[in-house]
Design a protein around this ligand. Structure first.
Ligand code: SAM
Ligand code: SF4
Length: 493
């Protein structure tokens, strides 16, 4: 199956493709040892790697982007689909070759794969010296010392409180304009196909004051956009007394800050700081959140709302907690409160256990009703230990999964183009993120709806807000011209 197709995204230049790899950039502060980190999977993992670099900076490590210079190599891994794990195993085989010429180099596996496989990873991959799960990063100095002493080291303890709220991530791979802020960890949802609740543990919310301080600090350093990150941001719940959602609810804590409250706090940091968030959950996104978005100009009008399937029976088997009708009602509410220009994207899985042709056709028809701007689309990959793996048979033929995936990709490409064509002639305020990848004569940024906009450079620079009229488009990019040749100092969305 892996060879048949890869996971495919149709996001073009925006968003984070599912199995993308990122390497932390060079940090030259004269530390004794060099750390090389490769991160796989979601934005949360990239964010965690910055926390790891911050912890190890204090322990005498500078990061390097060149694996040949490294004393310590970390792979921060993803388990969401089988393909993601296979990619890491292939990479370990390559690194093994390198280690033969440099036996003193330490190799560690972090993140979801470390958590899922625990000591099994040490048995299966001889090259690995250290295994640390997502909640064990404060223990890394101790684990590295253990390896320095000639032992292999493992910590896959999942915490009920850890949020790394007090650790300022070192931001190395940055454009200096947009940044991610982790607001919560774990997930309590138990979607039947998903490994995340097992690899990232229970849901915990980070102290909102530390989130606001991080946003303020970023603004003072010249950043103009923050994205608040969590597996299910709408379920954010924090009180002084308790940050673990299940415990907070069990104790009946009546006074807490919810996601709408947090959004408001971050939006108030500065009117010139744009705020985004991801990921929203269709069963949890509230009208209060939508009204908060409408009230603040600097909260971007864009929602990533994964539907997974357009059929209610499949959604039930997936344990998503909503039906097709519920999802379409939430979309109608978004349109009512935030208007037609609010950006919408989604995640979809084809070929889930027992999915019929008619049920697959309902995913296609839901896409026709909503017209997403873009989507991440996957075929179902059974993950060991998940409720779906235990209860249902992965019975859809690989060729059928592939064909269904190609059908939704084809439809999404057409919808992305249609959605962009509808923007021709409209004026958007664009936050400049840098030079266009295709030409040094053009700049690139995003509008409020998260669409990539390219326009002539003139005298604009990174971090400016620029009014752009859209003249043409591709399915991935809007192309336009500036209106008055002057950078706006304030956001007009
Ligand atoms: N928490 C987010 C949510 O519920 O929408 C998404 C988390 S997950 C990292 C990102 C996406 O991966 C999911 O929305 C789903 O579409 C996809 N995914 C998760 N498990 C999968 C599996 N076993 N096979 C295929 N795709 C999967
Ligand atoms: Fe996985 Fe569902 Fe949690 Fe998303 S909400 S991380 S899909 S269990």
């Amino acid at each position: 199956m892996q060879d048949l197709i890869g996971d495919i995204d149709v996001l073009g230049e925006t968003g984070t493709p599912a199995d993308q790899l990122r390497v932390l950039a060079d940090q030259n502060t004269g530390k004794a040892r060099k750390l090389y980190i490769e991160s796989y999977g979601c934005q949360m993992n990239f964010s965690d790697s910055e926390i790891v670099a911050s912890i190890l900076q204090k322990e005498g490590f500078d990061t390097t982007s060149d694996i040949n210079q490294a004393d310590l190599v970390f792979l921060n891994t993803c388990s969401i689909r089988d393909k993601a794990e296979q990619t890491v195993r292939n990479r370990l085989t390559q690194i093994n070759g390198l280690k033969k010429g440099k036996p003193e180099m330490l190799v560690g596996v972090l993140g979801c794969m470390a958590e899922r496989l625990k000591t099994k990873l040490l048995e299966e991959e001889n090259i690995v010296d250290l295994v640390a799960g997502p909640d064990a990063y404060r223990d890394l100095p101790q684990l590295i010392a253990q390896v320095d002493d000639g032992e292999r080291a493992v910590n896959t303890f999942l915490s009920r409180e850890e949020t790394y709220g007090d650790i300022t991530p070192v931001r190395l791979n940055t454009n200096g304009v947009t940044a991610f802020i982790s607001i919560m960890r774990g997930c309590d949802n138990m979607c039947s196909f998903c490994v995340v609740p097992f690899t990232r543990g229970r849901e915990r919310s980070r102290n909102p004051h530390s989130i606001v301080n991080e946003a303020k600090d970023l603004f003072d350093k010249g950043y103009r956009e923050v994205t608040l990150l969590g597996q299910n941001v709408d379920s954010y719940k924090w009180s002084e007394e308790e940050n673990n959602k299940a415990w907070l609810e069990k104790k009946g804590v009546g006074s807490y800050i919810n996601f709408a409250g947090l959004l408001e706090m971050v939006a108030n940091v500065n009117a010139d700081l744009r705020v985004r968030f991801s990921t929203s959950h269709p069963k949890d996104i509230t009208d209060e959140v939508l009204h908060t978005m409408a009230m603040h100009e600097n909260i971007c009008k864009y929602i990533h709302l994964p539907v997974q399937s357009g059929n209610s029976r499949i959604l039930e088997l997936m344990n998503r907690g909503y039906s097709r009708e519920w999802y379409l009602k939430r979309i109608a509410k978004i349109r009512e409160i935030l208007g037609d220009d609010c950006g919408l994207s989604s995640d979809m899985i084809t070929g889930f256990c027992s999915e019929t042709e008619e049920e697959h056709a309902e995913t296609l028809s839901l896409m026709d009703k909503v017209i997403f701007d873009y989507a991440y689309m996957f075929f179902y990959s059974e993950r060991p230990g998940t409720p779906a793996a235990k209860q249902f048979k992965d019975d859809i033929d690989p060729e059928v999964k592939t064909r269904r995936l190609q059908e939704i990709i084809k439809k999404q490409r057409a919808h992305s183009l249609l959605s962009n064509q509808r923007d021709i002639g409209k004026e958007f305020n664009v936050l400049v993120e840098g030079t266009s990848k295709k030409s040094g004569e053009f700049l690139q940024g995003r509008n409020s709806a998260n669409k990539v906009v390219v326009f002539p450079k003139e005298n604009f620079k990174k971090g400016d807000y620029v009014s752009v009229i859209i003249d043409s488009c591709t399915s991935a990019t809007l192309i336009g011209t500036t209106i008055d040749g002057t950078a706006k100092s304030k956001i007009i969305i």
